[in-house]
Design a protein. Sequence first.
Length: 179
Amino acid sequence: MKNEKLLRLYLAMRSEHVEWISRHSQHFSHYLTLVVAVLGATLGASYYFLGTDGGEVTIIVAFLGFGANIGLCYVAIRACDRFYRRFLESVTVMAKLEASLELDKRPSVPEDPFADDQHWFPQRFYDDRDCHKKGESFVKAGMNKGVNRTVRATMGILAILNFVLLLVVDAVVLLPTHC
């Protein structure tokens, strides 16, 4: 009876596990689309107002657009971190359930095509988490790995790009032209 309850919990956690990583991916793609759209609109508006001798308006548009985009990049990192943290926490729960259900050990089966494998699941599932004694340590170590590292790097680069473009637009408007 106890193993049946643990198995149901394991199956529920497994589906939740997939759901959290899917949410992470969706949020990243939505934020990426929004950031790129705001970037394009800000660049277009800045170029338009720069061509109409609207220096003050260009600076305001640049500060609002690029500043909002830097904020969006920060929010995207925080939101994606939250979903990835939840995904990693579910990995720790599943590891404990796998041990309780003895899914982490392979039974001896004659004529096994992979007799040297020690586990039912791929070895990489164990390599990443075996060096941690606590689930919290595993989650902390994993926050800047895998797909979340890509999210953090992409949004960080976009935030820096927005800041540089803000400086460039301001420099073009504020520096006198010597022709």
